[in-house]
Ligand binder design. Sequence first.
Ligand code: G
Ligand code: G
Ligand code: MN
Ligand code: NA
Length: 254
Amino acid sequence: LALENELHGALDRGEMVVFYQPLIDLDSGKLTALEALVRWQHPTRGLVSPAKFIPIAEANGMIINLGEWVLQTACAQNRAWQLAGFPPIRISVNLSARQFEQPDLVQVVERILQETELEPSYLELEVTESFLMNDIDNSVKILKELRNIGLWVALDDFGTGYSSLNYLKRFPLDMLKIDRSFVNDVTSNSDSAAVTDAIIALAKSLRLNITAEGVETKEQLDYLQNRGCNEGQGFYFCRPVPADTISNMLEKDA
Ligand code: G
Ligand code: G
Ligand code: MN
Ligand code: NA
C-alpha cells in the first residue's frame, strides 16, 4: 500500500526512467533493436523493478498514463538516435492488458508516431498471449489495425500462456519471443530444449521472426544459433541500460 501511494505522482515528479536492452541479430552479431523497459528511480528505495510496480499500475489504471509515457519516451529517443546519425534500429515497447483494452489505443500510437516523427517501421509493440485471449475477435481486429500503421507486433513470453496453436494462426503477428524460462536451461534440460526447438520450428513455418529472451551464456547462444533463431536478447549481450550507455555503444558501432 505504501508503494501504491508513492506511485501516485511518481511520473509527474520525474521519477520514471526508461532503460533499453539490445536485441542482437544472431547471423551478423549486430544490434538490430532495443526493448524499452521502465524503471522507477525512487528517492529512497533506489531503482524499483517494474515487476513490483507494473502490477500495481495495472490494477489501479495508472498503467494507461505510464504506458503512454514509455511509448512517447522510447519513440522520441529512437528518433533522436536517428537524427544523431546512428544506423536506424527498431524500438520495442511492452503493452499491458489495460492499454490493449483502451478503445483509442490505435489513435494514441498514431499520434505519438506523428509527434515524435518516428517512422512506424522502427516501432515494435510487444503483446502477450494472456491478454490476446480475453477477446480473440477484438484482439485480431486491433492487431490488424496496429500492423496497418506499419509497425511490428511481437508475441512476448511465448510458451508460457495458454493460446492454442489454432488461435496463434489467427493473430496477425510479426515475431515470437521465446520466454526466458525455456532459454534458461536449454542446454541442460532436454524438455526445455524440445520446447525451444518446437517454438523455433513453429515460428519458421508461420513465417514469424523469432527472438530468444534471457540469453545468459555462450552455450545458450550457440544452441540458438544452430537452431536458426533470428535474434537474441539477454545478459550475455547486455543488461537493460540507460539511454546514454546505448548512445556510447551505437557510437562505437557506427
Ligand atoms: O525489466 P524487467 O525484467 O525488470 O521487467 C519486469 C517485467 O516488467 C517484464 O515482464 C516486463 O515486460 C515488464 N515491463 C517493463 N517495462 C514495461 C513497460 O513499459 N510496460 C509494461 N506493460 N510492462 C513493462
Ligand atoms: O516480460 P518481458 O520479456 O518483457 O521481460 C523483460 C525482462 O527480462 C526485463 O525486465 C529484463 O530485465 C529481463 N531480462 C532480460 N535479459 C535477461 C536475462 O538474460 N536473464 C534474466 N534473468 N532476465 C533478463
Ligand atoms: Mn518484453
Ligand atoms: Na518475455
